[in-house]
Design a protein around this ligand. Structure first.
Ligand SMILES: C[S@@+](CC[C@H](N)C(=O)[O-])C[C@H]1O[C@@H](n2cnc3c(N)ncnc32)[C@H](O)[C@@H]1O
Length: 255
């Protein structure tokens, strides 16, 4: 079965509950209070997101996956079911989720998954140690950043992880467009209010590293170029401006 066929084989019981590969899931979009338990794994993935992943990566080699921002484990398990990687390494700053660990240890699909809790997406030393332990010198095929959604943390992860991506591999950043979304995102009620927009990173600073980019309102697929310099990455070195300064001008906090 291809990744798209697997996404389409998801059995939806109602708008929240679904099953894939014998595992029950709860879609927690709009319900952040839900937690994984022995009955169901909580996922924050809408069906159209999963389709996008499957469509764009349909013909790609997806043996090694990294997911930053695992939450309750739903997306990690879904990616493992849809792409059947040899290894999926998940990282989250949160405390361990024992119910998820139990499901991973009991289900065959969990054998390819290792989760590292209490780990920040910008902890360079720890991430490098994890990647070396898990992948050795092998390149990563797909990196998904669904963690903080903040500019500096996202940029730090990109600098740490992108060099480990194979040329032609995909770096995906979810929920990048919040500064430009309508409704409550334009009010002070969201934690991202007046933080530095992620669009600065996506639309301007990363251009030189990119073979191609597919931008959707809430998700961006960045394909790594073949000529991207290897070795330590500093986004500032990618973003040449003929000596001019193109400053972001946030009216208040620029954090
Ligand atoms: C949107 S949720 C991830 C949802 C999950 N990928 C899914 O689709 O089911 C974001 C997660 O990122 C984690 N997170 C936030 N800041 C982080 C950071 N600096 N480093 C690592 N994880 C972080 C949070 O603890 C939370 O679990």
């Amino acid at each position: 079965m291809s990744p798209i066929d697997r996404v389409r084989s998801i059995e939806w019981r109602n708008t929240e509950d679904f099953r894939l590969d014998g595992i029950s899931y709860k879609n927690a979009l709009g319900r952040r209070d839900l937690r994984t338990d022995e009955k169901a794994v909580v996922a924050l993935k809408a069906p159209d997101f999963l389709e996008k992943y499957a469509q764009i990566l349909e013909r790609e080699k997806v043996d090694n996956i990294v997911e930053l921002g695992v939450f309750q484990g739903g997306s990690a398990l879904l990616f493992a079911s849809i792409f059947r990687p040899l290894k999926l390494v998940g990282v989250d700053i949160c405390d361990p989720v024992p119910a998820l660990d139990k499901i991973l240890s009991e289900n065959p699909i969990g054998r390819s998954i290792s989760i590292y809790y209490n780990t920040s997406q910008n902890d360079e030393a720890k991430l490098n140690e994890i990647f070396s332990r898990e992948f050795g010198t092998e390149a990563i095929d797909l990196i998904v950043d669904d963690a903080s959604h903040l500019y500096f943390e996202t940029r730090a992860s990109f600098e740490i992880c992108f060099p480990r991506l194979r040329p032609g591999g995909y770096y995906v950043i979810e929920d990048w467009g919040w500064a430009h979304w309508p409704g409550e995102f334009q009010t002070t009620s969201r934690f991202v209010h007046q933080r530095r927009p992620m669009s600065q990173l996506i639309m301007r600073e990363l251009r030189q590293a990119i073979e191609s980019i597919r931008i959707f309102p809430a998700i961006v697929f960045i394909r790594k170029g073949w000529a991207t310099p290897s070795g330590k990455l500093n986004v500032d070195d990618l973003y040449l401006t003929q000596g001019r300064k193109f400053e972001f001008s946030a009216s208040s906090q620029d954090t």
